[in-house]
Design a protein around this ligand. Structure first.
Ligand code: ADP
Ligand code: MG
Length: 680
């Protein structure tokens, strides 16, 4: 007997070759086939009379062929087959191109369903290359599936039909408990599966879709809740005293209102009895680091340790340097750095200081996750993630303490809907105010013919004492990153930037070399930093005022926004020059958006519209399963409902141990198992 986990090859009509083709669509099991949902539908259910057929949208006509099609040979390789068909309202002329096979099946006097877009005048309607079915096959809504070479939608339709029959018993096994279905007015699993593939009418289709979207978002959310800190735990870490005022004295500037509010929110959380779970959401340059530093300071002054994890060595290094500077005159707080590139001896020293408590604030990269890193009393975990860490990495770090507080920092390009999913159970603070005295960044998109002018601009600013970034052209086929970058730097240094101090930062350099270059740039011993995109995340050099991006068309909006965020961080007016000759519509649109706004939220929404949610996190590195049916832009209300439902169930039965939630747990596990390898 077949089950959902049986190989799809056991279905009638699926041989080895077919199975391979189906694999390309992500279909391995019979269950996969059933959750290969149609991407759209052809509505053959509403039959339109010929006389009132619309001209711009496809429709279904039921008419009788008046004669067999006549073949007309137009030229070599092109034959037309024409015939007329009639219904009670009129006659329509039908043309088939080169389709001998379809033409041969048409019999005079027999009734057919024709599906297509009608053209021609009101008196002489025409239909070119319609889909044709004998009228007996019935009027209904037909599914159109996402396809791959060799697989047709009709074939999938047939196999899905067989799969539904084969799994008939299993369809009564509903992942959503009865009580939940009735509370949120959701149809049964059986109804949903039958109607998403073969809807009886539009209403049934909507009902099925709603239920499946809900289910998907609900399972996703429930899975995420289970991965994260269970919210009902209590924490042993009690932050009694707020040291924000003391911290402010260590800073050369005053905190913005938004920074102070975020700090107050977080301190308030940390005074509570359950661990803080807070997202600090702020656009590039909004000053998240100072907020992190203040909270670290408060936690340390209350007698606990704090750890902060950054996605790259450069960033970890930079945070370490700025923390050292801030806390230079306060010997109650010792800062340590732990990254992969340290020598074993250096690592051992830091690890010992962390374990015995003589170092209280530890900054680092993934190296922090190692088992050998043990804290004396970890009170606060901070991740500066710019969407790079998965939930599991966060939990790995919090597991090093006894329910420590958690602060997740993220730069904006993430639409609010997505934030709700990824950070579903986190409270959110938004830094919606840039530090005072920032001048706006002006953005230009230019063609390569104006490149020389751009470099004239670079020279002008350097002559005034400022600095610039140039992001390298991306590699061509057959070239390596390094060769491309080195050739490019040479061209610049011997050409438009002759006589200027040009440095190269490249992804393949050793961490120590990168650090060296970054330091020279930070100290203005290098004027122009030519770089591959390693500079994208977080780097902070306020004296840099110009960002030039070559091949700007090859970057996504979020990346461009991050790159541009490297300038405009100080008191000087800054510019961003995007160089591109791209003509294609999407690339042009991205560049337009960049020139039109510097608002991270707007850019994120545009990005989502342009790319779709599937792509948003760059593959699966975020530990989110690919959604099959839900859509983050349009399903906001359902998302909220699904979240409420997940929160309820999670609160009552966090381990999903009760009998009625048993099957639910299997489904959540299965969803997350699919991405198992991707979660790290
Ligand atoms: P991001 O939010 O992108 O991580 P940073 O924390 O790197 O931003 O801060 C950007 C720059 O703004 C840094 O040079 C930092 O010193 C400066 N900065 C942060 N807060 C303030 C403030 N309240 N007033 C002035 N400058 C600030
Ligand atoms: Mg930052």
């Amino acid at each position: 007997m077949l089950t959902a986990t049986s190989s799809v090859q056991y279905l009638k009509g699926v041989g080895e070759k077919r199975a391979e083709q189906l694999n390309k669509l992500g279909i391995y099991t019979v269950g996969d086939l059933l959750s290969h949902f149609p991407r759209q539908y052809e509505d053959w259910s509403a039959v339109t009379p010929i006389a009132s057929a619309p001209r711009d949208v496809p429709c279904c006509i039921r008419a009788t062929a008046m004669a067999k099609p006549i073949e007309r040979f137009i030229r070599k390789g092109l034959s037309l087959y024409t015939f007329s068909a009639v219904d009670a309202s009129g006659v329509i002329r039908i043309t088939l191109f080169n389709n001998k096979y379809a033409a041969a099946k048409i019999e005079a006097g027999r009734q057919y369903l024709f599906f297509g877009t009608v053209s021609g005048s009101l008196n002489a309607p025409e239909l070119s290359s319609p889909l044709i079915e004998p009228a007996e096959s019935g009027t209904r809504i037909r599914p159109i599936y996402p396809l791959t070479a060799g697989i047709t939608s009709r074939y999938l339709e047939k196999e899905v039909g067989l799969a539904l029959l084969a799994l008939d018993k299993e369809l009564d096994h509903d992942p959503l408990p009865h009580a939940l279905r009735s509370q949120y007015r959701l149809c049964t699993y059986r109804y949903a599966m039958e109607n998403i593939h073969f809807p009886t009418d539009q209403t049934a289709l909507e009902t099925a879709r709603r239920r499946l979207i809900f289910e998907e978002l609900f399972l996703l959310q429930l899975g995420l809740f289970r991965l994260k800190n269970p919210s009902h735990t209590t924490t042993a870490i009690h932050v009694k005293q707020d040291y924000t005022a003391d911290f402010q004295k260590l800073l050369p500037f005053s905190l913005t209102g938004a920074q102070s509010r975020a700090i107050a929110d977080a301190v308030n959380d940390m005074r509570g009895t359950s661990p803080m779970n807070r997202l600090l959401h702020g656009d590039v340059g909004s000053g998240k680091t100072a907020v992190a530093a203040c909270l670290a300071y408060t936690v340390v002054r209350n007698g606990y340790q704090c750890v902060m994890m950054a996605p790259t060595e450069i960033l970890a290094q930079q945070h370490y340097a700025s923390f050292c500077r801030m806390f230079e005159h306060d010997d109650r707080i010792q800062v340590g750095l732990l990254t992969g590139s340290l020598t074993k001896k250096q690592k051992d020293t830091v690890r010992a200081q962390i374990e015995d408590g003589s170092c209280q604030l530890l900054v680092g990269t993934h190296a922090l996750l190692s088992d050998t890193v043990r804290f004396q009393n970890l009170g606060l975990v901070i991740t500066d993630e710019q969407h790079r860490f998965g939930v599991r990495q966060r939990s790995a770090l919090t597991a090093k303490g006894e329910s420590p507080h958690l602060l997740v920092m993220s730069a904006t390009p993430i639409p609010r809907t997505l934030a709700l999913i990824v950070y579903g159970d986190l409270d959110i603070s938004v830094l919606d105010e840039l530090p005072a005295g920032r001048s706006p960044i002006t953005t230009y998109a230019i063609g390569t013919d104006k490149r020389n002018r751009a470099y004239g601009y670079v020279r002008k600013f350097i002559d005034e004492g400022r600095q610039a970034y140039v992001v390298c052209p991306l590699v061509e086929d057959g070239e390596t990153d390094l060769v491309a970058a080195e050739t490019y730097v040479k061209t610049l240094a011997e050409g438009p930037l002759k006589g200027y101090r040009v440095g190269l930062l490249h992804g393949k350099m050793k961490p120590r070399e990168k650090e060296q270059i970054m330091q020279e740039f930070a100290q203005n011993r290098i004027s122009v930093l030519v770089s591959t995109t390693v500079v994208e995340v977080g780097v902070d050099v306020p004296n840099a005022v110009l960002m030039v991006v070559e091949n700007a068309e090859r970057f996504g909006l979020a990346q461009l926004h991050q790159l541009r965020g490297r300038v405009g961080r100080g008191q000087y007016a800054s510019s961003c020059i995007l160089i591109s000759d791209a003509q294609n519509e999407e690339a042009t649109r991205r560049l337009k958006v960049m020139c039109a706004t510097t608002d991270g939220f707007r850019i994120a929404d545009e990005d989502l519209k342009l790319r779709g949610p599937g792509d948003f996190f760059g593959d699966r590195q975020h530990g989110l399963p690919q959604l099959k049916i839900a859509d983050f832009l349009s399903d906001m209300t359902l998302l909220r409902e699904a979240q409420d439902a997940a929160r309820d169930i999670h609160a009552k039965d966090p381990a999903l141990k009760t009998v009625e939630n048993q099957y639910l747990r299997t489904c959540v596990d299965a969803l997350f198992a699919r991405i198992g390898g991707g979660l790290n």
